[in-house]
Write a protein that binds this ligand. Sequence first.
Ligand code: CTP
Length: 406
Amino acid sequence: MLQDKRVLLIIGGGIAAYKALDLIRRLRERGVHLRAILTKAGGEFITPLSVASLTGEKVYTDLFSLTDEAEMGHIRLSREADLVLVVPATADLMASMAHGIARDLATTALLATDKPVMIAPSMNVQMWNHPATQRNLRTLEGDGILRVGPGSGDLACGEVGDGRLADVMDIVAAADRFFDRAMVANRPLAGKRALVTAGPTHEAIDPVRYIANRSSGKQGYAIAEALAALGAETILVSGPTTLPDPAAVTTVRINSAREMLAACEAALPADVAVCVAAVADWRMADDAAQKIKKNGGAPPMLNLVENPDILATLSSRAKDRPALVVGFAAETEKVIEHARAKLGRKGCDWIVANDVSPATGIMGGDDNTVHLVSRAGIEDWPPASKADVARRLAQRIADHLKEPTA
Ligand code: CTP
């Protein structure tokens, strides 16, 4: 969880400041990018040089340093992090945070940050138990500040009780848990499986000719990518396209409708299926083994049979029917009317309908205007890029799987 995360470490002035050096090492071993602010008091216990040597970065110490402000600035410093860690958080730092006091670089960055802050308090037991510190603690908790420790035991001052800095590995674990929780919140489809069909299918007439629908595959690929970005294990079954495989998606390339159906059935079970493919409705009853020659005669009669309907087949499965089956309706007139009829005919849960008349430029283009048709009603979505439509649909799917509506 910690790999490539950016942490701003604020080192306060307490005897436990030296443990911040070990913390830096442990976080760096786990791939964390660290920047550090050393308070003036912190600098009485450890040196900027040792902090810089371990973080591999310049150490920031002074709010009024011309070079620091020109190079980085306290606002940027406080924002370019995924988490701000205060170790050790002294009684003085906690009081400043609770009261919004910004008198040096550390306290100014803590006031200016828009990122989550986690404190690891460390102080004498009487200071920790003092009503003022406990009041400040409650204020900080009310402000959403995260906390690890303090622990209890022998204190550096010779007294015994609460106030020991949490073990370095406990601070590492708390940071790890924080990123784990953040990831779950950002990835609502984690643990879910998604199946997406996209592109056209090619139905062979003979070894050189085929029947196909127009389809670039762009919308379907964008949907597969958006579902994967929300954490779904995503399988994209794609007909022939010129698009590269989307990131973090298992792409299965097929040619014909029957191959697409077989690949979809092999991909089950899935929590959601989104059928975006422009499947050819018909195929040859018998495709010719050799190229059909003109030979100057009449054009050949194409003896066609209907292809399996993948959307309808997935929707009507007794076993392993995905909890949510979504179809697309590419129409050139009476968009909503046809979409509603399709919803009933195919037995799916939602239809994403769009007008693909040549004048709209949707076919092959980068933008789309869609309507989400379900038994609960119709949502008209504003014109957007295919990527945005995909992201909105993926989020809508995540919301639905969490709390099914219609
Ligand atoms: N679909 C499918 N398999 C097929 C035909 C269509 O899975 N053999 C899916 C498409 O992926 C889409 C939906 O069904 O999600 C609607 O496709 P469309 O071509 O608009 O519907 P058709 O059933 O072909 O209806 P019509 O040609 O009458 O408009």
